[in-house]
Design a protein around this ligand. Structure first.
Ligand SMILES: [Zn+2]
Length: 377
């Protein structure tokens, strides 16, 4: 599938159009409306929420470059460090946002999931900074509202986790793509995710970073997390490459890493290990949150109930998986009160070399002792 963002039909969605997309903020005030007192449908930067002129090549507040629908395709520009004034403006804006609870919750801070019993990730908040590895071109797109997940929960415990996954480039009609994630929760409740993301939404959900990025996130036992910044790989990742994902203890750290066997591109991040962490367990819950050890294809969409999904295979390195459950669900991002759009899990499956299918709501998955497959639909 082509990686060029210019192929997608894209549009930036004025705030007034949210209702038509089925986006609901429920009882929460709409920060954009609060800011936009003149009642115009001013366009907003998906990164900093500053006002943006249509077809502006970049945000004058935070420097994020934009790819606009209907504008001539342009190759991404080489990275330009933000100048100090621009950074100062952005910092001031961020500070103002942080002072306002609903602003920070809506734009910058990942929402800790407390809705349902189903395990799920809230990984979505990639906040781009001015680091040299960050290419802050954002393709504007209708708000990514629905978080779709197809995942497998491993039953047993592990001293380390390692899988191979195929880097399948696939996008929905608005350009958004999935993440392919290895997940591990320690015996004392720290949850680690590592993987790779294709056309992954920015924190505001109003556009995406085109191409591949490195995905990783750490959640504490209480479920809190710091939003990771956008991080690219050290080199190119191509469609169809096989990528090694691993999570392991290394001295005082827990390491989350990804390595493309075909190109040698890599990315990793270490996180200080909790003194009580010694192995990965199957499952951990706190309050209504449930974290798991296993695999997940996660995909944000603008429309509910998307069913198109190409086949992606994860293969386990090391000991076979003896048993597990496969689940499919979708929920409205940032909505703490509504039930999921749909949600279903298999029974506990005893696994051997034969793939066992699980289908729900038009989405298909297969689990065996050595492989988990999501799609095709
Ligand atoms: Zn901005």
């Amino acid at each position: 599938m082509g990686a060029s963002w210019s192929c997608f039909e894209l549009k930036i969605v004025p705030i007034a159009d949210r209702g038509r997309l089925g986006f609901s903020l429920r009882d929460r005030p709409d920060p954009s409306k609060v800011r936009n007192r003149l009642g115009t449908s001013a366009l907003k930067c998906p990164i900093c929420n500053g006002e943006v002129q249509q077809y502006a090549p970049s945000c004058r507040y935070c420097g994020t470059r934009f790819a606009w629908p209907g504008s001539p395709a342009q190759p991404p520009l080489p990275h330009e460090p933000h100048n100090e004034k621009r950074v100062a403006t952005a910092v001031l804006l961020l500070a103002l946002l942080a002072l306002s609870g609903f602003f920070s919750a809506y734009v910058l801070v990942p929402i800790v999931n407390t809705f349902f019993r189903d395990a799920r990730s809230i990984y979505r908040s990639i906040v781009c900074s001015s680091s040299s590895s960050c290419n802050p071109t954002v393709v504007l797109a209708p708000t990514a509202t629905y978080d779709q997940q197809v995942f497998m929960i491993f039953r047993q415990t592990f001293s380390s986790l390692s899988v191979n996954v195929t880097a399948v480039e696939q996008s929905d009609s608005n350009g958004y793509g999935p993440s392919y994630l290895l997940n591990g929760v320690t015996n004392d409740g720290y949850w680690y995710q590592v993987g790779l993301s294709w056309n992954w939404p920015v924190a505001s959900g109003k556009g995406y970073f085109p191409g591949w990025s490195f995905a990783r996130e750490v959640f504490t036992p209480s479920g809190s997390t710091n939003p990771p910044r956008f991080q690219s790989f050290s080199g190119t990742v191509n469609d169809g490459d096989v990528v090694l994902l691993s999570i392991y203890f290394s001295g005082r750290d827990v390491v989350m890493s990804a390595y493309d066997y075909d190109t040698g591109a890599r990315a990793s991040q270490s996180s200080a290990r909790d003194s009580g962490s010694s192995y990965f367990q199957s499952f951990y819950s706190v309050g209504n949150m449930e974290f798991f050890t296993g695999l997940m294809t996660e995909w944000y969409h603008s429309k509910a109930g998307e069913t198109r999904m190409d086949r992606v295979a994860y293969s386990v390195n090391g000991n076979p998986i003896s048993s597990g459950r496969v689940c499919v669900d979708e929920h409205v991002a940032h909505d703490f009160t509504s039930p999921p759009v749909y949600s279903g899990c298999s029974a506990e499956l005893g696994l051997d070399s034969r793939p066992q299918p699980f289908s729900f709501h038009g989405l298909n998955a297969y689990a065996s002792s050595m492989e988990f497959v999501t799609g095709p639909s």
